[in-house]
Design a protein around this ligand. Sequence first.
Ligand SMILES: [Zn+2]
Length: 284
Amino acid sequence: MSSPHVSVISLLMPEQEKRVVFLTARVHPGESPASFICQGVIDFLVSQHPVARVLRDHVVFKIVPMLNPDGVYLGNYRCSLMGFDLNRHWQDPSPWAHPTLHAVKQLIVQMNQDPKVSLEFYIDVHAHSTMMNGFMYGNVFEEEERVHRQAVFPRLLCHNAPDFSFSSTSFNRDVVKAGTGRRFMGGLLDDTSYCYTLEVSFYSYMAAGSSAPVPYTEETYMKLGRNVARTFLDYYRLNNLIDENKPTSLSNSSLDGQSYRQGSGRNTDGEKGDRRIHGNKEDF
Ligand SMILES: [Zn+2]
């Protein structure tokens, strides 16, 4: 925790080139589900879960859980203390008007210039007021191969998380979104990097096979966060960047129960409820 405004969690084992996943949330202060997703990601990554251990051995996670603390403190819906929608100012953030954005951008630019760092993912977490489920926005590129590669992570996440929808995931280059974190990072980072906005519904999701929407709870938001975290291992294994033969599903007894919750003090009622709804589907 380097400052009250920007908390960065680093989990790493030394390697020649550090693979980095950068996650930010709550640039829009009213989107509180984003904080629960972020909490789920963090709870999982610092847990004793075997997947989390493998990830910590291979990947550095930089997490900024709240990009707009002033707006959150004031109870604003979208803007900062000074009335800015910070997610339109990534191109040229001012150190006095958009200080958190300026600091985070500086860190990312600096990491991107470091030959020992490979910044591979940037994901900015939001909540959506009209759509259901979790889904992503990505960038559009000329190269078809890059377009296909970009779809891999959301597809894997769709497989892991019953509430995440690949069909609602879309790729765009709207002018109005030019100042967003996802668009700016897509232009800054090279073609081996992936930049997404992760959106989650404010209210509910439709799981495959269910006939009615399921209202989201704090627990199911956190579960989506845990699924996001573990999907990185699927991604890196698919690309042969991690070859450890470790289990990734809840079917292994060592993955069940409280392991990823150690120290969190939360109960498991929501988890049990979800298993009932989703049957055997391996999810978090
Ligand atoms: Zn938002």
